[in-house]
Write a protein that binds this ligand. Structure first.
Ligand SMILES: NC(=O)c1ccc[n+]([C@@H]2O[C@H](COP(=O)([O-])OP(=O)(O)OC[C@H]3O[C@@H](n4cnc5c(N)ncnc54)[C@H](O)[C@@H]3O)[C@@H](O)[C@H]2O)c1
Length: 474
């Protein structure tokens, strides 16, 4: 089939590559010329500065020129197209509603080209982006306004988790397709022929509105579960003695009805989707006249979680941040990605700078370069206080305390690095519970404050400041 993928970001690029891997002729189109040029080089560094997903570069190298083509010229590739996947940003507006401007800009241009194409065989425009329930109808109106002949709108939301995009695109849990006509369902069946009769992957055909709703309900349910562990599990284990977080988790999730996924505590869930999707669903429900207490609480718990450890450090560990040097480990919103969108580290940096730290020594295995864009000193001179290092050890050296913000596996070995690099008194603030052997550090005099545990430290030996007074004859 001839497929166009509009938007080559975290969703569009892996999707284009996987469609090409399955033998479709795929034209990956973007308005960002630098990005398209970088992808067309098929060079690892050039591609990964935009989208860093394990296995992705290999597929691009294998398929480029044969099945996969990169273009900034939509008009040149529109003729004879069967399916067009829209993988465009849908960020939140200030009121939480979804900003559809990228989408509508792209669709209006697309519709103007489709309206005058020579081959008027059926073409389906497929929403892969997360868009509000009912968007399919709005988009139908756009096609209608442009007099586009023989075109349908379908919904096919994307569920891939970043950091595992290739694997999850090859073996998704489900493929959800919402369409209005048998003809459009058939086109999607041909695109996804490898999944239609798969014994394990659920191929679900439904209405466009249901497909759109599935994405919102799934994402907000995941965030609700994460926030339950943060809002209940962490609060319990932090405030009551002798609750071992890992055992609590094991005991609770031993019940087959309770998910192991998400049963962890952290300094909040970031990424481009959770926050914006829950805000959008709250907005959609409010517009529909519904109450949204549960979703609002979930959102607030997650935002609170991103910075509350700073307050705990002050209250429980007596920490002061003014003029201190803080090592910050982890900038990406989660491991195995360089994506910093809505990352907890953004809030941590803001809080640390707000509390007057002298400097932040940052390290992330993948996201240092990305962070330089986020914390551009041209935008805010306070970002000059941030310096970037190539290893955890270098970042920790010379710091007064440490904040772990991302769950990179390599941080599990940090205790040896800490011991070799900095001496107590030294406070470790662990937003991801990455140091299982922290008791040994505590024994040596380091302070350890983790999400899901009370502050742990060795009590200082109390030395009386009063001089013993020796009174003759007594
Ligand atoms: N990132 C994820 O893990 C993920 C997972 C599931 C769903 N989604 C949803 O998928 C959608 C896309 O997310 P993303 O993370 O890939 O976004 P992204 O910002 O990484 O990529 C969007 C791309 O669209 C391009 N673009 C913008 N306007 C354009 C236009 N008019 N014409 C052509 N290209 C244009 C941009 O240059 C960019 O390359 C969003 O709705 C998101 O909620 C994302």
């Amino acid at each position: 089939m001839k497929i166009i993928v509009v938007g080559t970001g975290f969703v569009g690029l892996p999707h284009a590559a996987i469609c090409a891997e399955y033998g479709h002729q795929v034209y990956a189109y973007d308005i960002d010329e630098a990005r398209i040029q970088a992808f067309a080089t098929t060079e690892r560094d050039a591609i990964e500065q935009y989208v860093n997903e394990p296995g992705l570069v290999d597929i691009i190298k294998e398929t480029h020129g044969k099945y996969l083509h990169f273009t900034t010229d939509l008009e040149a590739v529109i003729e004879g197209v069967d399916a067009i996947f829209m993988c465009l940003p849908t960020p939140p507006n200030l009121d939480g509603s979804t900003n559809m401007s990228y989408y509508l800009d792209a669709l209006n241009y697309l519709a103007s080209l489709l309206a005058v194409r020579e081959n008027t065989k059926r073409v389906v425009i497929i929403n892969k982006s997360t868009v509000p329930v009912g968007t399919c109808r709005t988009l139908e109106g756009v096609l209608h306004d442009h007099n586009v002949p023989n075109a349908g709108i379908a919904s096919n939301p994307e569920f891939l988790p970043e950091g595992n995009a290739v694997e999850k695109s090859r073996h998704p849990d489900r493929v959800v397709v919402g369409a209005d006509t048998d003809e459009d369902f058939r086109i999607l069946q041909r695109v996804y022929s490898q999944f239609v009769d798969h014994v394990r992957i659920r191929y679900i055909e439904t209405t466009p509105e249901t497909a759109e709703a599935i994405k919102y309900v799934a994402n907000t349910l995941l965030l609700t579960y994460i926030s339950f562990w943060n809002g209940v599990g962490a609060r319990l284990a932090e405030s009551m003695a002798n609750i071992v977080m890992e055992d609590l988790k094991k005991g609770v999730t031993a019940d087959a009805r309770i998910s192991t996924w998400g049963s962890y505590v952290s300094n909040g869930a970031g990424g481009s989707c959770f926050g914006k999707d829950i805000q959008s669903l709250i907005h959609q429900l409010k517009v529909a006249g519904q109450q949204t207490h549960l979703l609002e609480s979930v959102y607030q718990i997650n935002e609170f979680q991103k910075v509350y450890l700073i307050d705990r450090a002050i209250v429980e560990a007596g920490a002061t941040f003014n003029n201190k040097t803080v090592a910050l480990l982890g900038l990406a919103f989660k491991k195995r990605t360089n994506d910093m969108r809505d990352s907890s580290s953004l809030k941590v940096v803001e809080a640390l700078l707000g509390r007057g730290v002298a400097s932040i020594r940052a390290y992330d295995p993948l996201a240092n370069d990305e962070a330089r864009h986020y914390f551009d000193p041209q935008r805010n001179h306070l970002f000059e206080k941030i310096s970037y290092y190539d290893s955890a050890e270098e970042a920790i050296r010379g710091s007064d305390m440490l904040f772990i913000s991302t769950d990179w596996e390599e941080f599990r070995g940090l205790s040896t690095t800490i011991e070799a690099t900095v001496t107590p008194p030294y406070l470790i603030i662990d937003g991801r519970r990455m140091i299982p052997d922290f008791y040994e550090l505590v024994e040596m005099g380091y302070g350890y404050l983790a999400v899901g545990s009370p502050y742990t430290h060795k009590p200082l030996e109390v030395q009386s400041t009063e001089e013993a007074v020796h009174i003759e004859g007594v």
